[in-house]
Design a protein around this ligand. Structure first.
Ligand code: NAD
Ligand code: NAG
Ligand code: NAG
Ligand code: NAG
Length: 321
């Protein structure tokens, strides 16, 4: 058979596959909605217990990382509070020890540094035991100059928000695989599915971590690691960071959707993690919204998004320049 003919046949086969999938899609959507509804009604799968297990929380010294640390401690999990700002992490540990009867310890580490994370893991295992919960939360938010960011700022954003997830995975996943259990939670952002203009490093890092976790989930499925759960969290703007709160007030983000508190996110995240949910958007309905938008051609997706939010981004650029 000539190569031209073979390639034509393969393309034909792909086209038939596509038509078949399109025909099946309404049924698949119905099945997905029904299984979701049933899961909601029977409140299953039942949340797992992490009592007595050890969690590493990065960026635990402030905001969402602190709120998630407290929520995990409430479930009886021992906490390694990791932050580049040691006093922030110590503060979190103090709050945990005042309220919950678990072991907690503060560690200083820079998540962009693979060597520091290896050392961190050794210390945590010696102090608290093997790590079976990893919360990838550390992040940097804003460039000093958003319209014209310094190359070093862009690099730092990508290092902290995108590359660090490879380092934490390389250090903490192999022991989980050996134990055949664990939870990995990655804090992404709705910016991963609704791109933010003038925040391209942020948007890139958030879309990147979401894609990273989707590929990782497939690897774990192929390796039959059914007891290692990967949860990606895509929240809207949070009230955890003063700078973000101030910016949101100025550009009127709250008129689109109110900012959510770290505690609210932490509660939803830990609950979702323990039920093995894959992706959590906050608010929940945003997951439906982005899927509806994704059905449109790209130029229409952009038109609709700009129609809803364009004027606010203009305010944003005025404010930051
Ligand atoms: N605030 C929002 O509106 C918002 C929206 C969507 C997603 N998020 C995400 O939620 C997560 C937490 O946000 P937050 O508002 O709580 O942030 P935050 O600024 O309040 O806290 C971040 C913590 O991470 C630590 N950190 C920063 N760089 C680090 C490094 N290299 N190594 C170790 N620790 C480091 C900081 O010291 C700080 O304690 C981030 O990943 C952020 O991208 C936030
Ligand atoms: C570190 O954390 C402490 C305590 O939470 C805080 O007061 C301080 O401003 C933080 N330092 C930096 C550089 O963020
Ligand atoms: C963390 O590490 C990165 C790269 O290794 C570096 O650019 C950054 O300054 C470090 N942060 C701190 C606070 O030391
Ligand atoms: C980096 O990640 C943190 C936490 O996930 C997030 O709050 C922040 O907005 C991110 N910043 C960028 C530039 O991606």
């Amino acid at each position: 058979m000539s190569e031209v003919l073979r390639n034509t046949l393969v393309k034909l086969q792909a086209l038939i596959g596509l038509i078949g999938l399109a025909a099946l899609t309404p049924l698949l959507i119905l099945a997905a909605i029904l299984s979701r509804l049933i899961a909601k009604l029977c409140r299953c799968p039942k949340p797992k217990s992490i009592e007595g297990e050890v969690a590493v929380v990065t960026g635990a010294g402030h905001g969402l990382g602190r709120a998630i640390s407290l929520e995990l401690a409430k479930k009886g999990c021992h906490i390694a509070a990791v932050d580049i700002n040691l006093s922030g992490a110590e503060n979190t540990v103090k709050q945990i020890q005042e309220t919950y009867n678990v072991r907690a310890k503060a560690y200083k580490a820079n998540v962009t540094n693979h060597g520091e994370l290896t050392e961190l893991n050794n210390k945590v295992v010696a102090d608290l035991g093997p790590v079976t919960v990893l919360i990838n939360n550390a992040g940097v938010m804003l460039h000093r100059n958003i319209l014209n960011p310094d190359p070093a700022d862009v690099q730092l954003m990508i290092d902290v928000n995108l590359t660090s997830h490879f380092w934490t995975k390389m250090v903490f996943l192999p022991p989980m695989k050996a134990l055949r259990k664990g939870f990995i939670v990655t804090i992404s952002s709705l910016a991963g599915v609704f791109p933010l203009p003038y925040s391209t490093a942020y948007t890139t890092s958030k879309a990147g971590t979401m894609a990273h976790m989707r590929a990782l989930r497939m690897e774990l499925a192929l390796e039959k690691q059914k007891n290692i759960h990967v949860t990606t969290v895509l929240p809207t703007f949070l009230r955890t960071n003063d700078e973000i709160t101030q910016m949101s007030n100025t550009i009127g983000i709250e008129e689109i959707y109110p900012l959510i508190s770290g505690e609210e996110v932490a509660h939803r995240v830990v609950e979702g993690m323990l039920r093995g949910e894959h992706e959590i958007t906050l608010p929940d309905l945003a997951s439906v919204l982005y899927r509806l938008l994704f059905l449109l051609p790209i130029d229409w997706q952009m038109r609709m998004t700009l129609l809803l939010t364009g004027s606010r981004f203009k305010e944003f650029t005025k404010m930051r320049s």
